[in-house]
Design a binder for this molecule. Structure first.
Ligand SMILES: [Zn+2]
Length: 440
């Protein structure tokens, strides 16, 4: 009876927040969990749960899977807004359940924060887990990356559901061995292409074999430590690939799967990995391929993840980056672009970003040719300004701003192409300022 009232009250809160134009991201779940820590048990779930986790690309992959399944005619419930911790997932359940706690959908697709995978799925029946990658991220919240991987590994030791893994990340593919009894393991990978490099040129984790500590040998790198690797000592890395993207043309947004050509609006290898994961799940759940191809062709997030805008005739690319790898990927896109360009970097240190911003020292700022000016903003605007100056970028071309509005105005003072890179709590503010600047 108590749970019945918890659901009623938190549903009322959800609806009230919605009336006032607010997204009930975490609050209803937070309250429900406070009132009953076993509230998850109240839900009667009728549908398969698919979870997406990993350091980078969760929202993009999750939302792409949700779109593929919807377009494939399935009823889908998902936390599309990216509220991916226990309270956010709970809020999604509260919003979508009946008063007696019934949740009915074909698929419940949940972006899940890495550190919450063991917490949430100890309580819920999980049908499929997708693990994208592991990079250093927000160290002060997650602790060392290795600790995090071991927590997920521990959870996987008795997990027998479907497990979809990035074969090209040695930190991820090692998890296939967590439970030798689990036969439902599927790998995805991307073939060698123009973007692939013979040598590693960014700070990287996981270059040693997790089983025998021998240095891994790479046939090629895609970005950071992602690539085709093998342990010369114990043969770790020779996995059978379930979903392989071939004939990659990143610039044209094209790739093939099993001879069938796919088109996408994205032109970054980084995004192609997310699409590889999403199409792997679709294949496993038997969504018709024609439908998947159509979804991939049209899919774009438009929420600051590789978002392209035309603002007062200036081409603008906005991307979220909350760790060195994400940043380096964005910088690589900019390096490939031969246009004159201005760069806006927005760095916040709110709790959700991680208070420790020392990770900016692991960003590779060495190649900024063609960048005419760098404007910085956010709560740590001066840290970012010092960071780019230390990398050797001329001080007179660095413009630190104390408000995002001011930064956006400065950014559009020239007609150069614009690149905007912002971290977690900064990205939506900067998008809003850019859009209102366009209208003014
Ligand atoms: Zn080995």
């Amino acid at each position: 009876m108590k749970n019945f009232f918890i659901i009623i009250i938190t549903k009322i809160i959800t609806i009230t927040l919605k009336i006032f134009g607010k997204n009930a991201g975490n609050l209803p779940g937070n309250l429900a969990l406070k009132w009953d820590k076993d509230i998850f048990k109240y839900f009667k779930i009728n549908g398969k749960i698919i979870a997406v986790t990993g350091t980078n690309g969760k929202t993009m992959t999750n939302n792409c899977i949700a779109q593929i399944f919807k377009d494939g005619g399935k009823k889908v419930i998902s936390n599309l807004q990216g509220n991916n911790m226990e309270t956010g997932i709970l809020s999604t359940f509260i919003k979508n359940c009946t008063l007696t706690g019934k949740i009915k959908a074909d698929y419940i697709i949940l972006e899940t924060d890495e550190s919450y995978v063991p917490v949430v799925y100890k309580k819920l029946p999980l049908d499929c887990l997708i693990i994208l990658n592991f990079f250093r991220d927000q160290l002060d919240r997650n602790g060392e990356m290795e600790t995090l991987i071991l927590k997920i590994q521990k959870f996987l030791e008795d997990y027998t559901g479907n497990l979809i893994l990035n074969a090209d990340d040695p930190n991820v593919s090692r998890l296939s061995k967590a439970n030798p009894e689990n036969k439902n393991i599927f790998f995805y990978s991307i073939d060698k292409c123009k973007e692939s490099a013979d040598e590693l040129y960014e700070a990287a984790e996981g270059t040693y074999c997790p089983f025998c500590k021998t240095k891994l040998q790479y046939e090629y790198y895609q970005y950071a430590h992602i690539g085709k690797f093998k342990c010369p000592n114990c043969d770790y890395g020779e996995e059978e690939i379930y979903q392989l993207l071939t004939e990659i043309s990143v610039d044209e947004g094209k790739f093939c799967i099993g001879g069938e050509q796919y088109k996408t609006k994205y032109d970054s290898l980084y995004a192609f990995y997310d699409l590889a994961a999403a199409t792997a799940v679709a294949k496993l759940c038997e969504i018709p391929e024609d439908s998947v191809k159509n979804t991939i062709k049209e899919f774009a997030l438009n929420n600051g993840r590789l978002e392209k805008l035309l603002i007062n005739n200036c081409k603008t690319v906005i991307n979220l980056a909350k760790n060195p790898t994400g940043f380096n990927v964005s910088l690589r896109m900019l390096q490939k672009d031969e246009n004159k360009k201005d760069l806006l970097l927005v760095l916040n240190d709110n709790v959700a970003d991680g208070r420790d911003v020392s990770w900016i020292w692991d960003i590779d700022f060495n190649n900024l040719c063609g960048v005419q000016r760098i404007i910085t903003a956010g709560t740590r605007t001066y840290d970012m300004a010092i960071r780019v100056k230390t990398a050797g970028y001329p001080a007179e071309k660095i413009i630190p701003c104390t408000s995002i509005k001011e930064a956006v105005e400065k950014l559009y003072e020239t007609e150069n192409k614009k690149y905007v890179i912002a971290n977690y709590t900064a990205i939506q503010n900067v998008r809003k300022e850019i859009k209102s600047f366009a209208k003014s």
